[in-house]
Design a protein around this ligand. Structure first.
Ligand SMILES: O=C(O)CCC(=O)C1=CC=C[C@@H](O)[C@@H]1C(=O)O
Ligand SMILES: [Mg+2]
Length: 368
């Protein structure tokens, strides 16, 4: 494949309901959508998961556009690419900026699968016809409302529920949820809201049979997490701290986590996500696919990745209708009884809906 053209679009989509975490609330998802065209006019689709503000990692919508325009697109245009694994090597002179890199790399994976007349799942070596998924529920205004929203999610068929915690909204909420739902597979994500000074509080959570606690300590830490894991029974799952295979190796060697949440954008693309998956499989560390409130395009990439064998825990890839009035792909992602059927069509397996994409587009630019 030779990449002849890249189109960046800035989209703004209103979420069905605001999403609140320990660092704030999102009501609209703004993100970059990429169309990458090869010499035969085939188009691959990619999505940048960077938010408008740098509260999850340091990248933002504007930094990703800058990196794409000034560095990454020039490194890839008119280059012959035989396999998407080569994209990371073409970008080797650019440090980090993983969400920006991942947006192009995901589109190249889509193109590559199409060029082989395979689904992205087949191209990746995935082996599932359907994937089991969970749902991530934001912080609600009251405990009663939190219980009601969890109840609703269970009615929709989700079998694993993730809730967000933060200081002042933790043991009290988890206790109330556990009383209401004694057998529900449940986990908590702290998005780095605690420190080792909170060990006693985090130990309290051991009473509530959580599947795991996600990223309790600093976003860039693996040392304190290793100390914490020695004090608590609940498995620690790392999210923000793992940005590469090297990060995963070090965290596992130190005992900083027992589970890893893999997000394609956070680790720089599908190839690195697969390398982390393979390494974890070898080390007996289960992984699951995290979410970044993606549109259908990013969601399709997540679904394909989740078909790899060591994605043995349900991820955060909920159905389109949980997030959007109308998603930008056809058909939308549907969750039935906690499962998504993996599409078999070539590439990402869903058709981008250009009319809807146009409707949500704020601005766009083409690079040749
Ligand atoms: O539904 C999803 O896409 C998952 C949403 C979710 O839990 C997160 C998205 C983005 C940042 C975080 O708040 C959080 C996470 O840390 O996993
Ligand atoms: Mg998380």
């Amino acid at each position: 494949m030779i990449i002849k053209e890249v189109m960046i679009r800035h989209l703004k989509m209103q979420l069905n309901s605001p999403f609140s975490t320990s660092f704030g609330t999102i009501t609209d998802k703004e993100f970059l959508l990429l169309e990458v065209k090869d010499e035969l006019g085939r188009i691959g689709w990619g999505e940048s998961v960077a938010f408008v503000a740098p509260w999850y990692t340091e990248e933002t919508l504007k930094t990703t556009w800058h990196m794409l325009e000034d560095f990454l697109i020039p490194l890839i245009l008119n280059k012959e690419i035989k396999h998407p694994d080569e994209v990371g090597r073409l970008f080797a002179t650019v440090r980090k900026n993983y969400m920006a890199k991942s947006a192009i790399e995901g589109a190249v994976w889509d193109l590559y699968a199409q060029s082989k007349n395979q689904s992205l799942t087949e191209a990746l070596g995935g082996n599932k016809d359907k994937i089991e998924v969970g749902i991530s529920i934001g912080i609600q205004p009251t405990i009663e409302q939190q219980i009601a929203v969890v109840n609703q999610a269970i009615k929709y068929g989700y079998k694993r529920i993730k809730v967000k915690i933060k200081p002042g909204w933790d043991v009290n909420v988890i206790r109330a949820l556990r009383e209401e739902f004694p057998n529900l597979p449940m986990m908590a994500d702290a998005n780095s809201a605690y420190t080792l000074n909170d060990v006693d509080l985090l130990k309290e959570l051991d009473k509530y049979n959580l599947m795991m606690i996600e990223q309790p300590l600093a976003h860039d830490d693996i040392i304190d997490h290793a100390i914490l894991q020695k004090h608590i029974k609940t498995p620690i799952c790392l999210d923000e701290s793992i940005q590469s295979l090297e990060d995963a190796r070090k965290a596992i060697e130190l005992g900083s986590c027992k589970i890893i949440n893999i997000k394609i954008g956070r680790v720089g693309g599908i190839s690195e996500a697969k390398r982390i998956h393979d390494y974890c499989e070898d080390k007996g560390i289960p992984v699951w696919c995290g979410g970044m409130l993606e549109s259908g395009i990013g969601r399709a990439h997540n679904i394909a990745l989740t078909t790899l064998s060591n994605f043995s825990l349900p991820g955060d890839t909920a159905g389109s209708s949980h997030y959007w009035k109308r998603d930008i792909i056809q058909p939308e992602v549907i969750v039935e009884d906690g499962f998504i059927n993996v599409p078999k069509k070539s590439g990402i397996g869903y058709e981008p809906d250009l009319e809807v994409i146009h409707h949500y587009t704020v601005s766009s630019k083409v690079y040749r």
